[in-house]
Design a protein. Structure first.
Lengths: 463, 448
């Protein structure tokens, strides 16, 4: 992608006025998007993202510059401009870039670009028809198709030179159910670090039916009651609870500056003993998997919490310096336009031994949150919120009726101690996680869990 | 490289294979300085851009884009747009526009920003952080302290005769502080958008962030019930910003907004008026033409409670046989959509303490979280994590957090009781959205 000699010259230029580390990140990414609305293919766009990010570290300080122009002259110019932020002399480094090999966790069978657009349009139409024909209440369906192939080259003054290719595929269905003046939405969007063979592992009709099922449940549901109550959160995308409530606060970006609710707690009990949580960047073909992170460090499986005890943070190179610890392969970024920082890959609460039925039958009154939407957190306080896309009231150990429009709020430090049952049905769900280094694909996951008490925000009083 | 010449070459070549062709190019420059404990923690400079090509073949519009703006990319752009157009269905409504009769000639570029020495900007943001630490012993950390400048250039050139260019710039500075008292941790935030560096006062900005954090210390939730709610100006602006898709003609036509067939009808309290003003002085979404090259126009969206108009681009306008309102927007990676410019609620005449007297006993909300997930612009339903203060006998009292407020946008519009006189804009996202503080009759609050 770039000549070794050019890379070396750019890295030398980056250290022309001081600094102890320089890095180059070249990205060449092909994206194709299609969107079918109401059975009509409305959008069909493809294109190329292309650019180079140059980073200089000087102890704890970081300088970042990026450009679309990868000619040698321009890269050296950009590197020298970035170096202007420092005012020491040329650093004496002798580079001997050695290309490293990586383990391939994401084998690709069929590159999506090798499949005709016509076949992809047919794939969208199959999903559209299934979702639309699911029920008469379904008034609108939007189906999306995404493929991307991101090729990156990362080199730094530690002698690293590595290339990685990330192929990702995703299919999304949004169904709208209408009843009188009520409109409700159901959404389902599986994805993987796979090629077109992803569609051998899923049936788009199932994906579509599920989106329409959620919309139909919601449009027939009553408003959710409000107040503190036990909440059973189902598996798969329910893992967004851990992602928001704890995952972000375990990122070194906050821990290294002491602005995380989990800072200085390694080795301490931070969760109920039934909780073990893992971030695994090596999960084969996982939505958040890559062979190396965006700093070129091989990804790894990090046990974050083991039986309630805090074992590890998520660490990138820069924040690792402040914490005096090495990278956990967690330095990620959306693109060359972002300096990397500590982020999650595939993060989940590990399986326990309770059954979902058991959780429901042991709950006198509470909420069963079957599908969650997105959420957010303030990592400093740990206060989080997320939306319930599909929920049911549980009464006397049985599911009573569907409810809609609920939001769950709480505090990450407290909620981990309030998890009293962990299920045996671990599943992962796919999301896009937004933070300071941009929007990146991550898996969230968990088995069904029960939280003893959580604030449920709905529109009705207790019933 | 002369971008305009490059685009003309691309258009000419594109016309050999397609009927009408349009190139849209943006160039962006950015400067970002982040301070941590008195030092420059992050310093970032960037120049980047992207080019979108759209072209029609057999009346169907195909798109392609690249960030590699060089001669080698021309053939790929044209071939991909042509190939992509083949599969488009039922989109003959999307046509390339031939230009408006006249355009305003307002300058949105402030030369003075470039003339301020970088060291002054660095000193400013170092002082901002220092001031926050100095203001209160309870300030435990300043977790973000940033100075940012942006500059954008935009070119639209097409085969129907449009050849437009503009340039704009601005800056934003923001600070987030963490305060601690015993085990109690709270965060506070403040920001300023600016086009004139001289208008910035770091003392005010730091104080606002520290006050907003310390005033939340000791916050607790409140009994679940229905309460009268005052939304602080920028808090209502952020709620309105999340709901702006409901005013998009595209969403209305696709059955994704409940405003279908509502033009001319009363959808809100008669005291509510919302306008979209692309010529607003110091508006960070101001522009003389939109992303299809249509001249911008001032639009009333809601006039004394009545829905007056929606946001149209040419594709959605042609579907209804009307004209574009100049709201086309696009990123070079996407197709044409619509977005607001400077959209805001017109000031009422109540001062904030009059609003509190009217609320009598209720809640003053100055922060909402989960706006990207806890609301549904299709149904208008929302349930959001909130914080603020209790209002007792018309006065602002103890801080409240860990609550949610829930309701529905269309009911909320009708339940507006009074509007303040303190119009303020939030941080720009899709549009630059502003509002005065607003009193709502009642919303459902979940807490204790």
């Amino acid at each position: 992608m770039l000549d070794k000699k050019v890379i070396e010259d750019v890295l030398y230029a980056a250290l022309s006025r001081g600094g102890d580390f320089a890095e180059i990140f070249l990205e060449d990414k092909y994206n194709a998007n299609m969107r079918m609305v109401g059975g009509i293919l409305e959008n069909n766009i493809s294109g190329k993202d292309y650019g180079v990010g140059i980073r200089i570290l000087d102890k704890y300080n970081s300088i970042y510059a990026y450009t679309n122009d990868s000619s040698k002259e321009n890269l050296i110019k950009v590197a020298k401009e970035a170096a202007q932020a420092l005012n020491q002399g040329q650093v004496d480094v002798r580079l001997n870039l050695m290309k490293s090999n990586t383990t391939n966790y994401n084998p690709i069978k069929t590159f999506p670009s090798s499949i005709s657009k016509k076949e992809k349009v047919d794939l969208l139409r199959r999903g559209y028809e299934a979702a639309k024909n699911y029920d008469d209440v379904i008034s609108q369906v939007t189906v999306g198709y995404l493929e991307e192939e991101q090729n990156v080259l990362i080199a730094n003054t530690d002698g690293l030179l590595v290339q990685d290719s990330r192929v990702r595929t995703r299919y999304s269905v949004q169904s709208v159910a209408t009843k009188g003046n009520e409109m409700q939405v159901g959404y389902n969007a599986p994805g993987a670090s796979m090629g077109y063979e992803f569609y051998d592992t899923i049936d788009v009709k199932d994906i579509a039916n599920e989106a329409s099922r959620i919309a139909k449940v919601a449009v027939n549901a009553d408003h959710c009651p409000s107040g503190l109550m036990p909440v059973i959160i189902d598996n798969e995308f329910g893992g967004v609870l851990f992602h928001e409530a704890c995952g972000h606060a375990l990122e070194a970006e906050f821990v290294s500056k002491d602005t995380s609710a989990f800072a200085n707690k390694l080795g301490q009990v931070v969760a109920s003993p039934v909780v073990t949580a893992i971030d695994d960047g090596t999960m084969p073909n996982g939505w958040g998997t890559s062979n190396v992170d965006d700093e070129g460090t091989p990804t790894q499986r990090n046990v974050l919490i083991e039986n309630g005890v805090l074992k590890s943070y998520l660490v990138d190179k820069l924040n690792g310096r402040r914490m005096n610890t090495s990278s956990t392969g967690s330095g990620r970024r959306q693109s060359y336009k972002f300096a990397p920082t500590s982020r999650m890959n595939n993060t989940y609460i590990d399986a326990g031994d309770s059954a979902l039925d058991e959780m429901i039958s042991n709950t006198e009154y509470g909420l069963y949150a079957k599908k969650l939407g997105g959420g957010s957190v303030d990592p400093a306080t740990g206060d989080f919120n997320f939306a319930v896309m599909e929920g049911y009231i549980v009464k006397d150990g049985k599911i009573l009726k569907p409810v809609r429009g609920a939001t769950l709020i709480g505090n990450g430090v407290k909620v981990l101690e309030l998890i009293d049952m962990v299920g045996n049905n671990l599943e992962l769900g796919q999301g896009m996680c937004g933070a300071s280094s941009g929007s990146i694909p991550t898996n969230v996951g968990q088995p069904s869990i029960r939280v003893k008490s959580l604030t449920v925000g709905g529109r009705k009083g207790d019933e | 490289m002369d971008h305009r010449e490059f685009l003309i070459k691309l258009i000419n070549k594109g016309q050999e294979k397609m009927e009408d062709v349009e190139a849209f190019l943006v160039k962006q420059k950015q400067l970002e300085i982040e301070i941590y404990k008195g030092d420059i923690d992050k310093y970032s400079v960037a120049e980047s851009g992207g080019l979108s090509l759209r072209g029609s073949s057999n009346g169907k519009m195909g798109y392609s884009y690249t960030e590699k703006i060089e001669d080698d990319s021309i053939d790929m752009l044209i071939d991909d747009a042509l190939e992509n157009s083949k599969y488009i269905e039922g989109s003959s409504d999307e046509v390339i526009f031939s230009g408006s009769e006249s355009y305003e000639d307002i300058n949105y570029y402030n030369e003075s920003l470039n003339q301020v020495p970088t060291q002054d900007k660095i000193n400013f943001v170092i002082n901002l952080e220092k001031e926050a630490y100095a203001l209160d012993d309870r300030v435990f950390a300043v977790n973000t302290c940033v100075y940012q400048e942006f500059e954008g250039e935009r070119y639209i050139v097409n085969s129907k005769g449009i050849d437009l260019y503009d340039k704009s710039n601005g800056g934003v500075t923001y600070i987030s502080v963490v305060v601690k008292e015993g085990e109690d941790t709270k965060t506070g935030f403040s920001y300023r958008m600016f086009s004139d560096f001289g208008s910035l006062n770091y003392k005010d900005i730091a104080k606002e962030a520290v006050d907003s954090a310390t005033s939340m210390l000791g916050a607790k939730n409140i009994k679940s019930d229905n309460y009268p709610i005052i939304f602080e100006n920028t808090t209502f602006a952020s709620l309105l910003a999340a709901f702006t898709p409901v005013f998009s003609a595209d969403n209305v036509q696709k059955g994704l907004s409940l405003l279908k067939g509502k033009i001319g009808e009363e959808i809100a309290s008669p005291i509510l008026s919302i306008v979209d003003d692309p010529f607003l002085k110091d508006g960070f979404a101001s522009r003389n033409f939109d992303d299809e090259g249509t001249a911008s126009t001032f639009n009333k969206i809601i006039d004394n409670g009545k829905l007056e108009n929606l946001a149209y681009n040419w594709k959605t306008a042609n579907k209804e046989g009307v004209s574009s309102t100049g709201h086309a927007s696009r990123s070079y990676k996407g197709s044409i959509s619509t977005s607001p410019t400077n959209l805001y609620v017109l000031n009422g005449d109540m001062e904030i303490n009059e609003l509190m007297s009217m609320a009598d006993n209720g809640l003053y909300i100055n922060d909402l979280a989960g706006l990207h997930s806890g609301l549904n612009s299709v149904s208008g339903d929302f349930s959001l994590s909130a914080s603020g203060y209790e209002i007792v006998d018309g006065e602002k009292k103890r801080p409240v957090n860990q609550i949610t407020i829930a309701g529905n946008l269309y009911e909320l519009f009708k339940d507006i009781v009074a509007i303040g006189d303190d119009l303020k804009f939030g941080l720009p996202s899709a549009g630059y959205i502003g509002s005065p503080s607003i009193l709502i009759k009642s919303l459902s609050v979940s807490g204790e």
